[in-house]
Design a protein around this ligand. Structure first.
Ligand code: ZN
Length: 211
């Protein structure tokens, strides 16, 4: 984990919005959370992440925004983060600081946006990150049934925002997988297993381990 974070900090370009200069603590916090996602994968999974742009506070966007063109945005008015296909990741520091104080809420903008980048790695924003054909087949059918349950409002393990589309479901499920894994494992065992296979991690077991 420490090796990944060191490489990430040296390799990726961190910028602030306008005159904002991100501190080393801010860069470290974002790097650490981003690297947790690829702890069981390979650093190359973030090849497509060139820059991380940090805004000190929530970004307000005027008017409606297009969701096509490879851009995935969250919340039409106040942006806490954004992942751009073949482009940068935008992260709002206020949100990171706030969410990191209580990981059990299952909200994490860094996990969310970097899950979008993992999804985008194969050039499409479809909620299916690069994986074997066999796993992708199972993934598609599990996602369909989870989406149906989320859209019917019958869910206590995932945020309702995941019902937006399969890409948002992956991002929201990734937040739950790393922040509230025991809850996700209970409410969506099949999805939990698939996320475990993709991320090569078992956060629920880690939580129950010694200490
Ligand atoms: Zn999203």
């Amino acid at each position: 984990m420490e090796d990944l974070i060191r490489i990430f900090l040296a390799d990726k370009n961190f910028e602030g919005t306008r005159d904002f200069e991100p501190t080393s603590d801010m860069r470290l916090m974002i790097a650490a959370q981003a690297c947790l996602l690829i702890l069981g994968l390979d650093y190359a999974y973030y090849d497509d992440v060139g820059s991380i742009i940090i805004s000190p506070t929530i970004i307000r966007q005027r008017g409606s925004r297009q969701l096509d063109g490879g851009i995935v945005s969250d919340d039409p008015i106040a942006l806490a983060g954004q992942a751009v296909l073949h482009g940068p990741v935008l992260i709002v520091w206020d949100t990171v600081a706030n969410e990191s104080r209580d990981p059990r809420r299952g909200h994490n903008v860094v996990f969310h946006e970097f899950a979008h980048k993992l999804d985008m790695r194969d050039g499409t924003v479809d909620g299916i990150p690069p994986m074997s054909a066999e796993l992708a087949g199972r993934w598609a059918s599990v996602i369909r049934s989870v989406l149906a349950r989320l859209r019917s409002g019958d869910h206590d393990g995932l945020r309702s925002y995941g019902a937006t589309n399969p890409a948002e479901l992956l991002a929201v499920a990734t937040e739950a997988f790393f922040e509230t894994p025991d809850r996700l494992q209970t409410s969506e065992p099949e999805l939990y297993v698939l996320l475990s296979k993709f991320y090569q991690q078992d956060p629920a077991a880690r939580r129950l381990g010694p200490g």
